[in-house]
Design a protein around this ligand. Structure first.
Ligand code: NAD
Length: 352
């Protein structure tokens, strides 16, 4: 049997304790302990979890029992903490967004190369069931050629009142939720390349950083992908909407309520005009039941624990990390293009 890999968390807030719970239950990982810059965060430590509350970052990094460090601090200190851990010879899982920009990311990758250690990012939403269902529909060509995808997350509470609403700490919704849905956009559409980005950043409840955004990515085959995060949306639009030449798919929310509607008789599309508002329309008349067919969404396996299983295998030299440096480079460049397009109110042309 292979020895379990000793793990510790730096930044023991919401996500740091989330990782700790999962590490403690993983048979290939050994929970060692945590450090937080605010000692009160570790006041009730270790509780039922066990492990050590380290008095300093140095003490944690000096502990030879710690082989893997999870960085779960606010975004602006990811780089500093991750590089310190790599220089101490630890493998690193960094929370998303990996860094504030591409330059920070390159410094982190260089430190990982020098140290010869695994450095990967917790893009956990690649295991979301809603995303995997939409990816399955796209990959299986269920709807025929797909020409538009819309991916939205909507809330109505503004940005939580912590570091997330402060630009200096890497706050704002592009870096918070955007990083997940843009990562999904890039991963599900492979091998397509993004050729242009349009974006609007919103500042409804927060002037310091964006409290939402809407970005349209256009891919080299003409596919468009609308990515939208809103925090002032009292009526929530569907999580996913996909349009293909032969049908449409919708997923309402994270419980994966939704359906696929396919055309069964394209030729039979003439319609009697309907009254629509103050006029008549044939074009927008609803389809009759005999020309369409409805299907449930596909069943998919969505097992987030594959993430840690892969990190363990990567540390043991048995697999390559699933979340790679090049994927992170591409994602950070896309994030920068969204900011650039939004701030200048111009279409950014690129090849990504
Ligand atoms: P949080 O504010 O709850 O926790 C952050 C903790 O880091 C705090 O306890 C703070 O005291 C500590 N900290 C700050 N600076 C530090 C330093 N220099 N050294 C050590 N500790 C320090 O925030 P959170 O919601 O847990 O978010 C942490 C990270 O996790 C962020 O990068 C966030 O984007 C990410 N996150 C990821 C997901 C996901 O689904 N992958 C979800 C939520 C948050």
């Amino acid at each position: 049997m292979k020895a379990a890999i000793g793990c510790a968390v730096i930044g023991y807030g919401g996500m740091g304790s989330w990782h700790a719970q999962r590490i403690a239950k993983h048979s290939d990982l050994k929970w060692v302990g945590a450090y937080d810059i605010r000692p009160e965060r570790l006041q009730d430590f270790p509780g039922t979890l066990g492990g050590q509350a380290f008095a300093s970052r140095e003490a944690l990094l000096d502990d030879p029992g710690v082989e893997l460090v999870v960085v779960a601090t606010p975004n602006d200190v990811h780089k500093e903490v991750a590089i310190a851990a790599l220089q101490a010879g630890k493998h690193v899982i960094c929370e998303k967004p990996v860094a504030m920009d591409s330059a920070e990311l390159e410094a982190m990758i260089a430190a990982a190369r020098r140290a010869g250690r695994i450095f990967t990012v917790h893009q956990n939403r690649r295991w979301d069931g809603d995303y995997l269902r939409m990816k399955h529909i796209l990959d299986a060509n269920t709807l025929g050629p797909v020409f538009a995808i819309e991916s939205r997350v909507h809330g109505s509470r503004g940005i939580p009142g912590d570091w997330r609403n402060q630009k200096v700490h890497g706050g704002g919704m592009v870096l918070d939720w955007g990083i997940h849905i843009l990562d999904q956009a890039l991963m599900m559409t492979l091998p397509r390349q993004v050729v242009s980005v349009q974006a609007q950043l919103t500042n409804v409840t927060n002037t310091d950083c964006d409290d939402g955004f809407r970005a349209i990515l256009t891919f080299d085959d003409g596919l468009t992908f609308l990515a939208e995060v809103g925090t002032s949306n009292f009526i929530v639009l569907p999580r996913w909407y996909m349009l293909g030449e032969n049908g449409s798919a919708v997923i309402q929310d994270w419980t994966c309520k939704g359906e696929i509607v396919m055309v069964s008789d394209w030729e039979n599309r003439d319609a009697v005009p309907i009254q629509a508002g103050a006029g008549l329309t044939k074009t927008m008349a609803p389809r009759t039941d005999e020309t369409i067919q409805k299907f449930p969404l596909p069943e998919v396996k969505a097992d987030w624990s594959e993430y840690y299983t892969n990190v363990v295998a990567a540390i043991r030299g048995e697999a390559a990390p699933l979340v790679t440096h090049d994927q992170q480079r591409r994602l950070m460049r896309l994030v920068e293009a969204v900011f650039d397009a939004g701030r200048r109110n111009e279409v950014v042309k690129l090849r990504l």
